[in-house]
Design a protein around this ligand. Structure first.
Ligand code: AMP
Ligand code: MG
Length: 353
């Protein structure tokens, strides 16, 4: 039920993103625009769009992309175990009162170390070690989606969970490829970073293989890999989430290589006592962050864009702009709860509209 609702909502964005793109130009070179969508990964809609001369050529690339995506999905899954894989679910599991030190795939080591960098860069705003707190919210959300009503997590439960969110307790040993969480109360929730990180790794793999003219859109984590065969940039529309907006897009980004990642309050939420509680949690208040409807980050690195969009979402506007303006190669657009748009210093140079 939960998955279905999310998928439908995200499918709507995916459709918006792609429907209005102009295709003229590439067909004249004998290329066709082709796409494949999967609903099995990262609890969201994942679409690959690319220009190839034949369906067979496209299918070969799409098979590679979705095989990689499936591997990342299994490794980074916090809800399910898979045979013969020490994934995040296994790392989070408490056995006889403690976590186990596990030998894991290096893609897990890389994600956790990347997420620790995101924690440091964001001053703790994006904290993947906040699983204890986040799971209280996600359980309530699931109940709401299942039954149409739920209780909020209690203040006491949130505060007790918040005692177990120290990312330093997540011990990563790259040399021996092991992970161990020294506090049994801590669990990892990589919802803020994993999709963007996996998207980036897959995009780079395509680049290494010399593949170009593709766009990945994994649950709103968009990453472009090379211009279209006509030489034109891709146009990536950033959705206007307001119900009364006339135009479906707030801005359109023109790019041949960038990532565009949006964190929003409008897809995953519960309603309690007539009030919406969305899924991005302010680590200071332990409640949904109060400042924005959506935050989009454009960067050449989709992992960074994902981590930053979540971080900025939890910060008041002054702090958010200071952070994004201090980072080279990343720009942001923030739609605040009053419907006002805010931009980082270099944002305008990226847009068509
Ligand atoms: P995103 O859509 O990338 O902004 O990520 C939101 C997801 O990240 C949520 O569904 C949670 O799983 C997780 N999350 C929410 N708030 C935080 C936070 N402050 N730090 C780290 N992860 C978070
Ligand atoms: Mg994120």
């Amino acid at each position: 039920m939960r998955v279905k609702k999310t998928i439908l909502a995200l499918f709507a964005i995916a459709a918006l993103l792609f429907s209005s793109f102009s295709l003229f130009g590439c067909e004249a070179f004998g290329y066709r625009k082709l796409e494949r969508t999967e609903h099995r990964f990262f609890d969201t809609v994942c679409t690959l769009v690319g220009y190839e001369k034949s369906e067979k050529e496209f299918a070969a690339v799409a098979d590679k992309v979705f095989t990689m995506l499936e591997e990342y999905h299994k490794l980074y899954d916090i809800r399910n175990a898979y045979k013969d894989i020490n994934n995040l679910y296994e790392i989070n599991k408490v056995v006889n009162g403690s976590h186990r030190k596990l030998t894991v795939d290096e893609r897990i080591i890389d994600l956790i170390l990347f997420s620790k960098e995101a924690y440091a860069l964001s001053g703790g705003a994006t904290n993947v070690a906040m699983g204890s707190v986040l799971s209280l919210w996600s359980k309530a959300r699931e109940e709401y989606e299942e039954l149409g009503s739920c209780n909020l997590p209690s203040e006491a439960a949130l505060k007790a969970a918040a005692l177990h969110t120290d990312i330093e307790a997540v011990e990563v040993d790259r040399e021996n490829s092991t992970v161990y969480i020294s506090d049994p109360g801590i669990t990892l929730d990589v919802g803020a970073t994993a999709k963007g990180y996996a998207t980036e790794m897959i995009a780079r793999e395509l680049e290494n293989m010399g593949i170009s003219g593709y766009m990945l859109n994994f649950g709103g984590n968009v990453r472009v890999v090379g211009s279209k065969p006509s030489g034109d940039d891709w146009s990536v529309g950033i959705e206007d989430p307001r119900a009364d907006s006339k135009d479906p897009f707030l801005r359109i980004i023109e790019t041949s290589s960038a990532a565009v990642v949006t964190s929003g309050s409008y897809h995953r939420y519960l309603v309690y006592d007539g009030k919406k509680y969305h899924h991005i949690i302010d680590p200071d208040t332990l409640y949904p962050a109060q400042y924005y409807i959506s935050v989009s980050v454009i960067s050449d690195n989709s992992g960074m864009a994902d981590a930053l969009s979540t971080a900025l979402f939890t910060m008041p506007i002054g702090e958010a702009l200071d952070l994004i303006n201090s980072i080279d190669g990343a720009e942001a657009m923030l739609l605040d709860i009053n419907g006002e748009l805010h931009f980082s210093q270099g944002f305008d140079s990226l847009t068509k509209k």
